[in-house]
Ligand binder design. Structure first.
Ligand SMILES: Nc1ncnc2c1ncn2[C@@H]1O[C@H](COP(=O)(O)OP(=O)(O)O)[C@@H](O)[C@H]1O
Ligand SMILES: [Mg+2]
Length: 342
């Protein structure tokens, strides 16, 4: 068997420009651009039907794009599909596991299929079962596995031959929280080994936990892209909420906060409460630092703070803000408005 093609693992793992896929006139993927640096976990976040799986399938050479281009470690997904196939592995929502075989048999079989000699395939399977906490279940038929066990075995199968790029398509959809955490641990371990991961998810906390950069995708288009911090900044940074002991000190507290947070301070209806949005320029850490400096200054002036909270916007809020903004833009035309009012 020929050696697998080894691409230089520097530069981008994925470069996609203007990817399009149409199904019967509907643009499931409508001009997607993506750049994923090697060695990172990249999150593609979007609701059901957004076009995540279709995008992944084009990048993994399983679907031919109707428009645009994509390169995997510099290799074109259409013209150099065979090379690309040697570099990637795809774990889907639909496992390619044999239900009648045991977990161990499945991994050995797949190892053999990737060209490992019998002994090496067995060894490899054993190590995978251990790494994925499946040793106890190794001798059981896959049909008797729980959803979480099945998902872990599926991921184990897809990294048997350590792909340079792994696509994880909604790896935790439908899993209980404990199994989700186990899958997250596995993903972190995979990246440690040098594999680049593109992860699709409907879960904002999942992208937040695992990915360094995130593309938010909706109706076949990327509606926002960046680091988690950048995404949060684009819809506003966190807020500081505090309550004072003495309402008579609120005016002074307001001045101190405005000065130290470089932000507008809002006086809440509650006479001891204040809220300030924290500027977004320095990201989350800057916000926390400025908030603690402001608190120290309040203490120095003898202003007693009863409760204090620094809230960062969740990715949930980010997504809602981004899609709302689009909805607002769409309904801004007079024609649409009339239609909505009828
Ligand atoms: N093989 C197909 N034939 C027709 N329509 C499809 C096909 N695959 C996906 N679609 C449609 O394309 C859109 C995007 O689907 P998909 O990529 O599966 O979204 P996601 O993975 O984000 O849930 C959906 O409207 C879906 O119904
Ligand atoms: Mg999907």
């Amino acid at each position: 068997m020929a050696d697998r093609t080894r691409a230089p693992l520097s530069g981008p793992a994925i470069e996609a420009a203007g990817l399009v896929k149409t199904f019967g006139g509907d643009r499931a993927v409508d001009g997607v651009d993506l750049t994923v640096q090697a060695g990172t976990v990249y999150g593609v976040l979007g609701p059901n039907g957004a076009g995540k799986t279709t995008t992944v399938k084009m990048l993994a050479t399983l679907l031919r794009p109707d428009g645009g281009q994509a390169r995997i470690f510099g290799h074109d997904v259409v013209r150099e599909a065979d090379t690309v196939r040697g570099l990637v592995s795809l774990t889907g929502q639909y496992a390619s596991l044999d239900e009648d075989l045991t977990g161990q048999e499945n991994l050995v079989l797949l190892g053999r299929l990737t060209g490992l000699p019998k002994r090496a395939a067995k060894e490899r399977a054993g190590r995978m079962l251990e790494a994925f906490a499946l040793v106890d279940a190794a001798g059981r038929q896959v049909r008797n596995y729980s959803g979480g066990m099945r998902r872990r075995l599926d991921i184990a199968a897809s990294i048997l031959s350590t792909p340079a790029l792994l696509f994880l398509d909604e790896p935790t959809t439908g899993l209980d929280p404990r199994s989700r955490n186990q899958v997250w641990e596995v993903v972190r371990a995979i990246v440690e080994l040098g594999t680049t991961v593109l992860l699709t998810t409907q879960y904002l906390d999942e992208a937040d936990q695992l990915a360094s950069r995130i593309a938010v995708i909706d109706k076949g288009r990327v509606i926002a892209e960046g680091t988690k911090g950048e995404l949060k900044a684009s819809v506003g940074a966190g807020s500081v909420h505090l309550r004072l002991r003495d309402p008579g000190q609120r005016a002074e507290a307001e001045r101190v906060l405005a000065l130290h947070l470089a932000a507008e301070v809002q006086l809440d209806p509650d006479p001891v409460a204040l809220t300030a949005r924290v500027g977004d320029a320095d990201g989350d850490r800057g916000a926390a630092e400025r908030a603690s400096r402001a608190l120290a200054e309040l203490a120095r002036r003898g202003i007693t703070v009863d409760t204090f909270a620094l809230g960062q916007p969740s990715l949930d809020e980010v997504f809602l803000a981004l899609t709302d903004r689009r909805a607002d833009a769409a309904t801004a035309s007079p024609g649409t408005k009339e239609g909505a009012a009828a």
